[in-house]
Design a protein around this ligand. Sequence first.
Ligand code: 8YV
Length: 314
Amino acid sequence: MKPEILMLRGLLPRQTAQLDEQYVCHRLDLADDREAMLRDVAADVTAVITSGEIICGAALMDRLPRLGMVACFGVGVDGIDLPYCQARGIAVSNTPDVLTEDVADIAIGLTISTLRGITAGDRYVRRGDWQHGPLPLSTRIGGKTMGILGLGRIGKAIATRAEAHGMTVVWHGRHDQPDVQWQRFPDLAAMAAAIDILMIACPGGPATRGLVSREVIDALGPSSYLVNISRGSVVDETALVGALVGGRLAGAGLDVFADEPNVPAPLLDLENVVLTPHIGSASRETRDAMAQLVVDNLDAFYAGRPLLTPWPFS
Ligand code: 8YV
């Protein structure tokens, strides 16, 4: 009897084939009638595949009496009710490390594009505006101070890239890291007042919801920029949009939003905002490695071996 897995999202074709060989996979995301599928399969499901942006909460997991594992396609596990999993002894895995470099590349790409006007320049050329004169001058990234909110693996990969581009790096995080060479600001608003670019690289979830508040955005001020490659939930999006529309922030590079795939309409008209559709980890190579980790973790779970990348419940 093949184990039965409930999939809240698909993987890549290569890993889908691997899964189909060993497991019975129920694609809840593709079901015409989700209720009917759950009624049919819930009693036999022993693992769930999800990703950080998808809600995998108590309401769903309560219906899966034999659930033993939640495998997350992504490093962020904010969509998963972790206290619930811990209380029920449900193992959780995620996909750290394999996406770090790609996410850091997009973080720096958004920074350069926002400050130097790459996407604005692209629109300028396509509209034919170049015929009437040059694009207004931009501002250089070298010499700027980048404040990184969240100095984990991705934050550190961004920091080394930022330094390579001639920026000064400072950071804010809940816990000091004595072995880190960059200056830590214990207070986020104080850091915001001292930097040119706020780079948001912390995890999402309840602990960071709304951390980049109106006060923090005001502290950044009209000559500073905000870049977010983490989660939309970390930022007070209403305050952010208000500051951008009102010219109280110089610009923003945003890969993540509070209600994806919906992007606040006022942002669509702003030339100083670069918008990408949550592509931090979206290279073929990285997505392949992420999907493989999902499969390898599931295989380990069903073989009774330790997970490769377990979520470290504390
Ligand atoms: C998504 C991400 O998981 O790793 C994360 O936390 O946000 C991304 O890698 C990816 O977009 C899959 O949905």
